[in-house]
Design a protein around this ligand. Structure first.
Ligand SMILES: [Zn+2]
Length: 241
């Protein structure tokens, strides 16, 4: 601000100051003083903000994030774009991964349906030395039954896909590209993995042995940190016998 206060300024000085502020310079001394005072009150000096940030900070310290968001919303302040800017910055710095990037990675690391079948079919190979005679008998019978139902079209693509969806759950495999025969292969092998070493078929969430390996939900159990075995499908835990 000028060194003199507006009350100390003469008419010429007031006109000059008014021009500096972008105001019209016409009018009496008193009129100019009023115009200048009004203009100055609209543009507070930066010095007047001193300590404001601190005061706001201490006031906000006791508020939940939701309360701050509500306060901004209630007063019609656009805060979303500020948040989106922060997310953009975090993505650029690699702190946050975009969902697209994460899911693309995930899809790549998952085996295709045929790769999955390749991985599990050895458990159902009747030449497998570890297969008990009881399981071999039941596996052979189950293969025969499934094949004849598939050939007689009693076992439809929809039935099999529904079973596969149930088995794969969250993996959301896209079966659309697989032929009926491929879907059948996957369906058959997964069904056979429910048959235990005694030749008995199991339901989900029930532990059993397949070729002496611990299984649940037609999947081999995984070791956990605590030495327990865990089913990755249903989450049941079993003692490692
Ligand atoms: Zn299970």
């Amino acid at each position: 601000m000028a060194e003199k206060t507006i009350n100390e300024m003469n008419h010429t000085e007031l006109k000059k100051y008014a021009r500096e502020l972008g105001l019209a310079t016409v009018g009496t001394e008193e009129g100019l003083r009023k115009k200048i005072a009004k203009k100055l009150s609209e543009e507070p000096e930066p010095d007047e903000d001193d300590g404001l940030a601190e005061r706001v900070n201490s006031e906000c310290a006791d508020m939940e994030d939701e309360e701050i968001v509500d306060l901004l919303k209630e007063n019609g302040i656009e805060f979303r774009s500020a948040l989106v800017d922060m997310v953009t910055k975090a993505v650029r710095e690699g702190i946050i991964k975009l969902y697209d990037e994460v899911s693309v990675k995930k899809k790549k690391s998952l085996p295709t349906l045929l790769e999955y079948v390749d991985k599990i079919k050895e458990h159902n190979n009747i030449e497998n030395k570890k297969m008990t005679p009881e399981r071999k008998k039941s596996v052979k019978a189950a293969i025969g039954e499934a094949e004849s139902r598939f050939e007689a079209e009693e076992l439809t693509r929809e039935d099999m896909i529904s079973a596969l969806d149930d088995y794969f759950g969250d993996y959301e495999k896209n079966f659309g590209r697989n032929s009926d025969k491929e879907i059948f292969e996957a369906y058959k092998h997964i069904t056979l993995l429910f048959i235990d070493d005694d030749g008995e078929a199991h339901e989900k969430k029930d532990g059993y042995a397949v070729n002496k390996n611990p299984f649940c939900c037609a999947r081999p159990l995984k070791k956990t940190k605590s030495e327990l075995l865990k089913c990755i499908a249903c989450g049941n835990k079993y003692e490692n016998e």
